[in-house]
Design a protein around this ligand. Structure first.
Ligand SMILES: [Zn+2]
Length: 727
């Protein structure tokens, strides 16, 4: 493969991490934006008589478009389930290509430019390979083949290696392997002879039913190891051939994915050279872009992470082109969270390039290049959202939303309140991993092991703070309801029992001084619905306030004639609403209800999210930087400690009102077409010596600790030069 020389900024980074004399670093370490280009027309199968398909898919033209638009790397479609897009001996080439070989064209054309060519190689589904080789199939518990799924332990591995070998011979710079999933739901596999033998050699008998016990734990472990082993094997194969070729796997260990995929958040993130995954409102919600970037950042502190967006509205191949404003919103959301960003372009059926899409991408990339120096600094966090893989699998089980929604809701509450949050993961939990976060939020983390609880205790005693919600700690290792919570010492209360349903209410009244801020914009003496799980506690050392209020249960509900899924009105108090416990130098604030769950539900309220915001302000009354801005603006904060410069990124998301489509619940938000105009205020702990916005239309007024802003753009960055206390 070719090597690339570095600009000055890249070289400075390199000198700090690599021995002198190796002034070559992999492409993925210093590139910021790139594209993935593939054809549209074979994604649901393909007929060879459609000879117009991909006929104009030209490697040379794709390279030219990359150079013209300012793309810094290309991920080129090399193989999907149906066809190869190069002269392969193992697979038929897309017939419309005739004698042409787009991969050859692209690699040749890229020679004249500083543009790495990465090849996209599909693993999932099987397609042509499964038709020719039924023995590659995944097998279900009933012994029957699971259609369109491949076994990752079987001979399909060698087939993939054969394809990679063919493509390596072109002198490519890397591979993007998509995707190493084991399906997105039942039936679960694999029970083929290879897998059964492999399990037997590890003294494991794969259970034939979903049992959520020791046997099922071994099954999940077997599946996780299958995914990891496949990736390690493919990686080793490529690196052995040429250690300079990069390899990455499209990652699916992040929410909303769960155990069914066969990936864990940490275990499967960095087996390739870097982690990469997908974002987009169509599958992850608008806040999902920033959250996904933070989540993958957390999977490997200090490692490179890439997030992929698309130029279309709904789903990759749809041939729509989002307006530039909408693309700018997502691009700068991702960059502000420190990600490397790939834009997917699926060409029309003919394989030609869409001129309008590329015009917009050109303008977008121009803006990124101009702003480049403002991305990649160290994040400043006020809190971490704790995400437990164990609770995801064993509490969420086959209703993963039970676990995921409270996490999403807590993130939303922090994003709307402009509290900068990162993510902390149970797989790599340690006291040290929590130290960068003044507060850790546990959104209905139903399973907390005694080991995790003792790490939390050490963190709190050393001065850390926790916000505990819902049923955190109330389930055992196997995801069954427990008699005692593992969090009782930390909460300062005993678990009496869990509420049976989700229509639970909170009433704040006569709050002690320390808890007064809870009532900021949350009315007192008013039971309000916090739809989600809740627990009744009996305080031991904690200060208790307010009430958890049980719902009214009408006679028909008591007799089981009528269900409880629609919330009933507030009834009688059942236990304390809020608990505040001091432990060593730290504090634990517990809600008997789950405000994050409410925000992730259909019964979201403004009060639910404000409770979480107010809890943050009790535990962190004077954060390093306090941001006031509208809820439609997402903010992130970074610190360049050497230059004593804080950067606050503002990314507006002014979406116009939409309609409910006929086919519910496919409701996409409107496209961003307007440029927002809004006010924001920053309040800092440190003294500010200079404040500057990089967008000329921004009005800025600064005093020593306050910066008032009027912003009129999708994205702006405000630079604050500060004096540290030693100055
Ligand atoms: Zn198998």
């Amino acid at each position: 493969m070719r090597r690339y020389t570095l600009g000055w900024s890249g070289l400075l980074v390199l000198l700090s991490i690599a021995p002198v004399g190796t002034a070559e670093i992999p492409w993925y370490e210093d590139r910021l934006i790139g594209m993935e280009v593939g054809p549209t027309g074979a994604q649901w199968g393909s007929d060879p008589r459609d000879t117009g398909y991909a006929a104009g898919f030209s490697g040379a033209e794709i390279i030219a478009k990359q150079i013209e638009s300012g793309s810094e790397y290309l991920v080129l479609w090399g193989r999907d389930g149906e066809w190869a897009y190069y002269d392969s001996k193992l697979m038929p080439k897309a017939p419309g290509l005739g004698e042409r070989d787009p991969l050859r064209e692209a690699v040749d054309a890229a020679q004249a430019h500083d543009l790495p060519v990465i090849v996209y190689c599909v693993v999932q589904s099987g397609g042509h390979a499964l038709k020719e080789h039924p023995e590659f199939s995944m097998v279900g518990a009933d012994g029957q083949v699971i259609p369109n799924r491949v076994c990752l332990n079987g001979p399909y591995r060698d087939y993939i290696k054969g394809l990679l070998s063919e493509m390596m011979a072109y002198g490519v710079d890397g591979f993007h392997v998509d995707m190493v999933d084991q399906g997105f739901g039942p039936p679960y596999g694999c029970y083929c002879d290879t897998c059964l033998a492999k399990a037997a050699s590890a003294h494991v008998e794969l259970p034939r039913t979903v049992s959520w016990d020791k046997a099922w734990e071994e099954m999940l472990e077997f599946r996780y190891e299958t995914s990891a082993d496949f990736e390690r094997d493919i990686r080793a194969f490529v690196k052995q051939a040429d250690s300079g070729i990069s390899i990455d796997f499209n990652y699916h260990g992040y929410p909303p994915f769960s155990f069914e995929v066969g990936q864990r958040p940490v275990q499967h993130a960095h087996i390739g050279d870097f982690v990469t995954c997908e974002s987009g409102t169509w599958g992850f919600g608008a806040l999902g872009s920033g959250l996904t970037a933070e989540f993958v950042r957390a999977t490997g502190p200090g490692r490179r992470y890439q997030v992929v967006m698309q130029r279309g509205t709904r789903f990759y191949h749809d041939q729509t082109s989002r307006p530039l404003t909408d693309l700018r919103w997502e691009m700068f959301s991702l960059l502000a969270h420190g990600a490397q960003v790939t834009i997917v372009d699926k060409t029309p059926f003919s394989g030609a390039m869409d001129p309008v899409a590329y015009g917009r991408i050109h303008d977008l990339f121009d803006e990124v290049h101009a702003k480049r120096e403002h991305f990649g600094q160290a994040p400043v966090y006020e809190a971490a959202l704790y995400y437990s893989q164990r609770a995801r699998d064993w509490y969420g089980r086959e209703e993963k939303e039970k676990y995921q929604h409270p996490f999403f809701g807590a993130h939303l509450a922090m994003a709307y309140a402009h509290v900068p949050v990162g993510v902390a993961l149970d797989e790599i939990l340690s006291e040290e991993s929590l130290r960068p976060f003044p507060v850790v939020i546990l959104p209905n983390v139903a399973i907390v092991s005694p080991e995790e609880a003792s790490i939390f205790e050490a963190y709190v005693r050393a001065g850390g703070c926790l916000i505990v919600t819902g049923l955190t700690g109330c389930y055992d290792h196997w995801g069954n309801p427990a008699e005692h919570s593992t969090m009782e010492e930390l909460i300062g209360a005993k678990l009496v029992r869990m509420m049976p349903d989700r229509d639970n209410y909170l009433r704040l009244s006569a709050l002690p001084d320390t808890l007064q801020p809870l009532a900021d914009e949350v009315p007192l003496d008013w039971p309000h619905l916090i739809y989600g799980p809740a627990a009744i506690y009996e305080p031991t050392t904690a200060l208790a306030a307010g009430d958890l209020v049980a719902p009214v249960r009408r006679q028909r509900q008591k007799e089981g004639i009528e269900g409880t899924s629609f919330p009933s009105s507030a009834g009688e108090p059942a236990g304390p609403g809020v608990l505040l416990n001091t432990l060593g130098k730290g504090r634990v604030l517990t809600f008997a209800v789950a405000p994050g769950a409410a925000m992730g539900s259909e019964y979201r309220t403004s009060e639910a999210r404000k409770l979480l915001r107010n809890a943050m302000r009790i535990l962190q009354p004077e954060p390093r930087i306090k941001i006031e801005a509208p809820t439609f603006v997402e903010t992130t904060v970074t610190d360049d400690a050497d230059a004593k410069t804080l950067r606050v990124h503002f990314v507006g998301y002014p979406t116009p009102p939409g309609i409910t489509e006929a086919k519910r619940p496919w409701i996409l938000p409107g496209l961003v077409e307007d440029i927002p105009l809004y006010r924001a205020t920053l309040t800092t702990k440190e003294s500010i010596t200079r404040a500057e916005a990089i967008t000329s239309s921004t009005e800025i007024n600064a005093t020593e600790h306050t910066v008032d802003l009027t912003i009129n753009d999708i994205h702006d960055v405000v630079l604050l030069q500060y004096e540290s206390e030693a100055d």
